[in-house]
Structures are given as structure tokens and as C-alpha cells.
Design a protein around this ligand. Structure first.
Ligand SMILES: [Zn+2]
Length: 167
């Protein structure tokens, strides 16, 4: 298999996560943004149609790949899904998912909050991937930075993965 079957270890759809938490008793409250940089990141955080997702979709279409669905209603609501093939793609944001390439520093203030948040994210990611796997889905995970660096290359990898798993 040439496809990049990275685990979902560090993945989170932050907005999904926040919504989930509301139904639990141990709500983790977001502290006020401690700096302009953090505030900008938090504001830029959107669940749908992020810049790397849009660029990746454009490159998929360039390769003639059009049969995908967005935010398909399976666990974790993956960014891109090929329901017939049960392959889904996650484009993970480097800040929220703690990208090992970018190594973005943790916000300095409210460190406990962030550590706990990322820990919960990780646990949730693992759970969601397992749920999808139980339903017969394969998850391909890509980092925001690698998508932005070479979206065509990532689109090619996805094309290869699709070929290996006919509908
Ligand atoms: Zn990164």
C-alpha cells in the first residue's frame, strides 16, 4: 500500500469537540485569548471549508476526482469522504492537532487548560477513528502544512489510495 494510513492520534475537529463537551458535566471552558496571536488562531479556527481543505479539493478536481462528499455523517464528520469506497480524508490543522513538523509552541498562559484540551482531543480522535474503522472505513490523515506545501502531491496520494479500494 502506498497510501499514507497515518493514525488519527493527534486529530481533532475542534468545533465538534466543543459541542460534544457541552453535553458532559466536566466542561472545559475556553480561557480568554492571552495574546493577539492566540486570538487570531482561535478566530481563524473554523470547522468547515478551511483553506487547506479548499485547496486540496481543488487539486482533487484537477485530477478528475469528484465523487467525494464533505462532512459525511459518520463518526468525526471527516472533511472529505468517498462513501462508496469507505475512505475518508482528514486535513488536520497544525495548531489544534499539534503538528510534529511545525512544532507550534503551546500558548504560554493557561498551560493547564491547553494540555488538558489537547489530551482530550487525542483521546477523542482515537475513539472516532476506531468507530469509523468498526464501520469499515479507512482514514487518511494529512497535516495542514503538508497540504499547503504541495496540495497536488497529497491529491495524488489520495488518488492512489482510491485506486486500491474500488467502490
Ligand atoms: Zn504542520
Amino acid at each position: 500500500m502506498t497510501a499514507n494510513y497515518t493514525g488519527l492520534i493527534d486529530y481533532v475537529q475542534y468545533m465538534n469537540f466543543a459541542t460534544d463537551e457541552k453535553s458532559q458535566s466536566n466542561v472545559l471552558r475556553s480561557p480568554p485569548a492571552s495574546s493577539r496571536a492566540v486570538k487570531a488562531v482561535m478566530q481563524a479556527n473554523r470547522w468547515k471549508d478551511t483553506k487547506p481543505e479548499i485547496i486540496l479539493r481543488k487539486n482533487l478536481r484537477k485530477l478528475g476526482i469528484t465523487g467525494y462528499r464533505l462532512y459525511w455523517p459518520i463518526p468525526g464528520r471527516p472533511d472529505i469522504a468517498f462513501p462508496g469506497r469507505r475512505i475518508c480524508i482528514l486535513v488536520q490543522g497544525c495548531f489544534w492537532h499539534r503538528c510534529p513538523h511545525c512544532k507550534l509552541p503551546l500558548p504560554r498562559t493557561n498551560a493547564d487548560y491547553w494540555i488538558e484540551k489537547f489530551k482530550r482531543n487525542t483521546e477523542r480522535d482515537i475513539r472516532k477513528e476506531r468507530e469509523r474503522s468498526d464501520l469499515g472505513w479507512i482514514t487518511l490523515v494529512y497535516w495542514e502544512c503538508e497540504v499547503l506545501r504541495d496540495p497536488f502531491k497529497i491529491a495524488m496520494k489520495i488518488k492512489e489510495a482510491i485506486k486500491l479500494r474500488p467502490a
